[in-house]
Structures are given as C-alpha cells and as structure tokens.
Design a protein around this ligand. Structure first.
Ligand SMILES: [Zn+2]
Ligand SMILES: [Zn+2]
Length: 221
C-alpha cells in the first residue's frame, strides 16, 4: 500500500466509489464533486498505483482487488449502521457518522459476529444492500435472528437474556432485583395482553416498553 496517503483516505474513497457505482455513476467528475478529500487528483493516482481502480476515459472501475476491499468496507459500515439503529435505537441520520467511524475499527472476525448476531440482515437502515459474507452463506437457511427483543420472542420458548438496553439505569436495577439480568434464563409465557415471563419458579409481568429493551437468545433444553 502506498505511503503517500493514509489508509483511512483510501478506504473513504473506495466506499464513495462503491456508493456512486450503486447509483450508476462511474465518472471521475462525480467522484470529485462528492469527495471530501483535500487532494482528489493525488488520491485517484494513488488508487490507480495501488491497483485498486482502473480509470479510462474519465470512468472509474474497480479492479478485483479494489472491489474486494470496497465490498468488505461497505459491509462493515452497513452492519455497523444496523447495529446502531436496531440495537441502540439511534435515529437513522445520526447512525451514519458513527457507523463510518466503526467501519475502520470492526475487524473481520467481529464483523462476522455482528452479522450473525443481527441475523444476517440484507440491508442497512437506509435500505442499501449489505454485501454478504461467509457467515451469511453458511447460515442461509437460518433466517431467524439469533437475538431478538422479548416482545418478538416466541411464546413458550426459553431463552437466555443477552443484554438489557435501557436509558434508565434504575429500571435495570429493578429488573436485576427480580433476577432478570444478562445471563438469566427465562421462559416466555404470554405475549398479550401483557408480557409474562417465567424465571425460576416465579412468573413476572413485564411492561411492553420494558420488554422491548430486553434482548433474548433462544436456548433449547
Ligand atoms: Zn445505510
Ligand atoms: Zn452474515
């Protein structure tokens, strides 16, 4: 990899080219208008010199190497978006900035775990396709997400609480006091009119707002 430009600028450029290609735009001019880079000429030269793109008649195309890098990058970014939006419930417009930072820190291994955890989602919260990974191929038949909210959890099934996401820490303390905490095994007894779970020998009714904040992974026993 060239040392003239740091990796983050290269990745930023590859991500942008991918986005533009999705929209059917391959012209260099289009890239330059949309790029925030301080030196687009140098950037494009470096991409070419590193064998990541080919540029002919002002049209940018990925080389197989560049395409593979961009695909992995976009996958990390869009999965990070899903994570922020689905699990942390951040608004979609706030999601993108943080996801952009995440894409540089998610390792390949962590990406697979996040993808599996989210149930191999096909699209990002903005509706753009998430490039498939090895994990998605392996679990193609397994369409059910690994972790679901208690509100979406199958009635009658037993599950382990993976985590509880609440903006109100006192709520988590109250739940913990009832034995409802990350790691606890519960059984979903009833969904409507109110959510009822069984934990050990006790049944507990849970407010739907709170049930939404509890994430469960199904266990078989
Ligand atoms: Zn998106
Ligand atoms: Zn996957």
């Amino acid at each position: 990899m060239s040392t003239q430009i740091d990796k983050e600028r290269i990745e930023e450029a590859l991500g942008l080219i991918w986005d533009l290609h999705e929209g059917g735009h391959k012209q260099c001019g289009r890239f330059v208008i949309n790029s925030d880079d301080p030196d687009n000429d140098l950037l494009l030269d470096v991409l070419k010199a590193d064998g990541l793109v080919r540029i002919e008649n002002n049209v940018i195309d990925f080389t197989p190497k560049g395409e593979a890098m961009a695909r992995a990058l976009i996958r990390r970014q869009r999965l990070a978006e899903r994570l922020f939006s689905d699990v942390f419930e951040m608004p979609d417009d706030a999601v993108l900035d943080d996801a952009c930072k995440m894409e540089h820190i998610l390792s390949e291994e962590l990406t697979e775990s996040v993808c599996t955890f989210l149930g191999h989602p096909p699209t990002c919260p903005h509706g753009k396709p998430i490039p498939r990974g090895e994990c998605c191929k392996k679990f193609r038949v397994d369409v059910a997400p690994v972790v679901t909210r208690l509100t979406d959890f199958e009635v009658g099934a037993a599950g382990r609480i993976t985590f509880i996401v609440s903006s109100d820490p006192s709520r988590i303390n109250r739940l913990n006091g009832l034995g409802i905490a990350a790691g606890s095994i519960i059984r979903h007894i009833q969904k409507t009119p109110s959510c009822i779970i069984q934990i050990d020998e006790t049944t507990v009714a849970i407010d739907p707002d709170i049930a939404k904040e509890i994430y469960i992974k199904k266990v078989t026993r």
